[in-house]
Ligand binder design. Sequence first.
Ligand code: SF4
Length: 362
Amino acid sequence: MAGLYLHIPFCPSRCSYCDFYSTTRTNRCSDYTEALIRELKSRKSELSEPFHTVYFGGGTPSSLSIGQLERIWTAIHRHLNTDSLQEATFEANPDDLKIDYLKGLKQLGFNRLSIGIQSFNDHFLQQMNRRHTAAEAVEAYDNARRAGFDNISIDLMYGLPQQNISDWTQTLNKAMQLRPEHCSAYHLSYEPGTRMYASRTNAVSEETSLAMFELLCSTLSENGYKHYEISNFALPGYHSRHNSLYWNGTAYLGLGPGAHSYDGKRLRSWNPGNLDAYLNGTLERTYEQLTEQDYTNELIMTRLRTSEGLDIRLLPTAYISKFRQKLQPWLKNSCVEMENDIVRLTKNGIFVSDSIIRDLFE
Ligand code: SF4
């Protein structure tokens, strides 16, 4: 099992909280399409096993036209064996999701749509410098259903400056009314270099953050969603197969500037985020051979993010007893639980997951 990720690094404008690699130079989409196809051809042998998932992420993949996407899809089918493909996800922003565009995506073979809605409140959408309104988000979602998408994920964001519980309740209620198959919800993080960073003095209190997280968990659980990863919730059978590859340590090939790849064993590589170098073919990929310690720490970090948890027996034998010792205080304060040597974060633990994971590192 393996996955293919294609990074589409264009955004017509920058959201105020975002520090992902992307560029507003959308006039390069056509050249980029050809460069992506060149990279696919030159690196196809790295995807040695059949792949099950493909994910067009960004940036804003919906910056590309259906014609450009068709060229990429044709290349995927020509150069890779797609017989085992189960899930093809396309990330999109609501302002691009007109009915004809959505029908085009469906015809190409995308069977999962991930829509960056973030909020159903116009004030917070403006604060985030998103390009859509709440009404346009609902319209995009309805269009997607009309175009035949029966597997839709929506992204939401909370812990926004001066957001209160009632604002967050309104967004969650609207989301539940739409009933997407999958929901990803992220707490705002103030990243240096972003416009939002200047607003960090208006950050919500830790108490409010925790209350928002608890509301998120209880609302989605009451509506039948399984909390299967720290930030991800799904109706039965609709977890993201592609993102689960990252958490399960499975191989994936990532194409485009800023994209990462992993061979499923010990070799990671990534393309620097440099569009010009990518387009003119001078971009140099960086490789990293994971040490035993890196590998152990990645295992701890990725497995503890999921509801399946970490099987202690997968850790190096020499580290297991030290790991058990480090676990004790977190077990005592009910931040983790353990059953048959499988360790999982509890709801209390999820909220302080970064501290727990760092503490448990080898
Ligand atoms: S659309 Fe996504 S990638 Fe682009 S600036 Fe906004 S959050 Fe960042």
